[in-house]
Design a binder for this molecule. Structure first.
Ligand SMILES: C[S@@+](CC[C@H](N)C(=O)[O-])C[C@H]1O[C@@H](n2cnc3c(N)ncnc32)[C@H](O)[C@@H]1O
Length: 220
């Protein structure tokens, strides 16, 4: 196992790994590898857009000084579990709207002390902003038609000034009648108009076709 690029990331062959924060336990059927007393979890880019971002050469890695992170669209907790591995002393607020997937997220949080699951709609940040407070990093992966508006509302409500923002844009959720490139351009323009500064955009194909990872910075 070789340290890879940024703290907490490891590679072996073509695969990416994090150090398992809950040794012996798989979250989504991923491979576990034990080497010299440390257990690593394979981070599957087909199941996690953040792993896809890393393996597609994304350069920004704004997790270094993060104490509080808000994750919108946590689902069963696949990506959240790897962030939990990466930020052992951070507080990770994982928000999910669907009560169907929330059960799995809750079970994950019971095993991981840095994870705080919230059952709520990301369109209504006023319902959770007091609990979450001002966060150092905002991550969104909700795959909704109004995903740009949801992001802007949450930046206003919960992000500290200049906080890094990671946005996984699913173009097909916005429209199927415009090309993914055109949906991306419209989203970038709307985000800039909303006060966010674009830092990097990465096409996540072939891991997630029609998806882009956008790294942005919240306004002052
Ligand atoms: C593409 S999945 C997220 C996958 C997850 N981020 C991962 O990498 O493990 C999108 C999730 O966003 C959730 N979602 C959609 N709209 C939402 C909203 N308004 N508020 C909160 N969660 C929402 C969906 O229920 C779904 O679980």
């Amino acid at each position: 196992m070789e340290p890879y690029r940024d703290p907490g990331l490891f590679r072996r062959g073509p695969s990416l790994y994090t150090v398992n924060g809950d040794p012996g336990i798989r979250v989504y059927g991923e491979t576990l590898v034990k080497e010299e007393g440390t257990e690593y979890r394979e981070w599957d880019p087909y199941h996690s857009k953040l792993a896809a971002y890393v393996l597609r050469g994304g350069r920004s890695w704004p997790f270094g000084r993060v104490r509080r992170l808000l994750y919108l669209g946590a689902s069963h907790g696949t990506t959240v579990s790897h962030l939990s591995d990466l930020l052992p002393s951070g507080s990770l607020f994982a928000l999910e709207k669907s009560s169907r997937t929330f059960g799995t997220l809750l079970a994950l949080a019971r095993r991981r002390a840095n994870l705080y699951p919230i059952l709520a709609d990301a369109r209504l940040p006023e319902r959770y902003r007091a609990e979450v407070g001002e966060v150092d990093l905002l991550y969104q992966d909700v795959a909704q038609r109004d995903q740009v508006e949801i992001l802007l509302e949450n930046v206003r409500a919960c992000a500290r000034p200049h906080a890094p923002v990671l946005f996984m844009l699913k173009t097909r959720s916005v429209t199927q009648t415009l090309s993914p490139r055109r949906v991306l351009r419209d989203a970038e323009e709307a985000l800039t108009a909303g006060g966010l500064e674009g830092k990097e955009t990465v096409d996540l194909a072939p891991y997630a076709r029609g998806h882009y990872a956008l790294v942005l910075e919240a306004p002052a």
